[in-house]
Design a protein around this ligand. Structure first.
Ligand code: NDP
Length: 333
């Protein structure tokens, strides 16, 4: 298939690109600068020019950001929309977190409807943030769950603003399908905390994607005096999350569905244990003793839809941590 992949400089997108190419698809990646596009191309020399290229989309929060990007000489058949800000240091919650999430999603759907009639499936990266119910957690998290967060709560914290953006963005996508009856179908991927190998052409130790920062901090000794609070207690490997995107695009039965990607429970003590086991020489960077803050009794999770429909077999935490630490060492940790 000919595929448009947004947010090509992101961690999840970089792994999506690898699977798309492995599965024989031709890909146009959106990036915000030529510098990022050229780095991406130079890291795929076997495919550059023939099967992978890039197009600039500077700011997905602009209403017509995707107007030209969705057009291609060989028309697109599928779109993977991963681009969205994922960080907790905005200067303006609305501008930096919420608008790119929501307008980025509605903007690309409008552009596809208007100018890319050959697109049949759009896979959108949503998030556990669009499912989580912090005050009244369900017994089991699954694809029926929606975050009850309201727009008015967005000013409370960056974390809540992020959740507002992701929740309203995914809702807007389903409403678009319902109201506009486009020629294409939508599937959404809802990952929990994503850990996994960083991509060398994207990252330096100072510019890691948000979810891998905790591993970097651990192996650099920044948590030597005590592990930071875990924050999220479910996780998935970025390679499994990326494969879920590509499978959701390829498998007709995935259209119209949400897919909750969660491999299992995690806390910072489990990550620290896996680091010590895989890299005994790094034990000195970590505290000798620590106590788990994981509370499995709060909620369960059901990832059967990703396994049954998409065929995802989740990697174990230890393998993920070993591979991620190796990738961090390769960028200087
Ligand atoms: P990254 O920060 O690595 O990637 C985010 C991507 O979005 C980057 O390519 C970034 O471009 C792009 N982007 C952000 N804001 C804009 C904007 N205004 N205009 C154009 N492009 C923009 O994060 P991940 O790969 O981890 O996240 C990708 C998706 O996955 C996001 O939708 C995120 O919400 C979701 N997600 C991530 C989880 C995680 O734990 N990592 C968990 C659940 C969901 P640039 O690099 O140039 O800024």
């Amino acid at each position: 298939m000919k595929v448009l992949l947004t947010g090509g400089s992101g961690l999840i997108a970089a792994h999506c690109l690898d699977y798309l190419l492995q599965h024989g698809h031709d890909v146009v990646v959106t990036v915000r600068s030529h510098e990022k596009g050229k780095k991406m191309l130079s890291s795929h020399p076997d495919h550059a020019k023939s099967r992978v290229s890039y197009v600039i989309v500077e700011d997905i929060a602009k209403e017509d950001a995707f107007k030209d990007a969705v057009k291609s000489d060989l028309p697109f058949e599928a779109v993977l929309h991963t681009a969205s800000p994922f960080h907790f240091h905005p200067t303006d919650f609305k501008k930096d977190l919420i608008e790119p999430a929501i307008i980025g999603t509605t903007g690309i759907l409008k552009a596809i409807k208007a100018s890319a009639p050959t697109v049949k499936i759009v896979v959108i990266t949503s998030s556990f943030a669009a499912m989580v119910n912090a005050l009244n957690p369900p017994k089991i998290y699954d694809e029926t769950c929606w975050n009850p967060v309201r727009f008015e709560q967005a000013q409370e914290s960056a974390n809540i603003a992020y959740r507002v953006g992701k929740t309203y963005a995914e809702k807007a996508a389903w409403e678009f399908v319902e109201n506009e009856r486009p020629n294409f179908q939508v599937a959404t991927i809802l990952p929990t905390l994503v850990l996994g190998p960083t991509v060398h052409y994207l990252n330096s130790l100072d510019s890691l994607n948000t979810s891998n920062e905790r591993l970097r901090d651990m192996i650099l000794g920044k948590m030597k005096d005590g592990l930071a609070p875990t924050g999220y207690f479910l996780w998935a490997d970025v390679r499994d999350v990326a494969l879920a995107h590509v499978k959701a695009m390829e498998i007709p039965a995935a259209a119209g569905k949400r897919f909750f990607c969660a491999a299992g429970y995690v806390d910072n003590t489990a990550i620290a244990d896996a680091i010590k086991e895989g890299y005994p020489q790094l034990a000195t960077k970590l505290p000798n003793n620590y106590e788990s803050d994981l509370r499995r009794d709060i909620y369960g999770f059901d990832n059967s839809q990703t396994r049954n429909i998409l065929g995802i077999e989740y990697r174990p935490l230890k393998q993920c941590i070993i591979d991620t630490v190796k990738s961090l060492q390769e960028v200087g940790a």
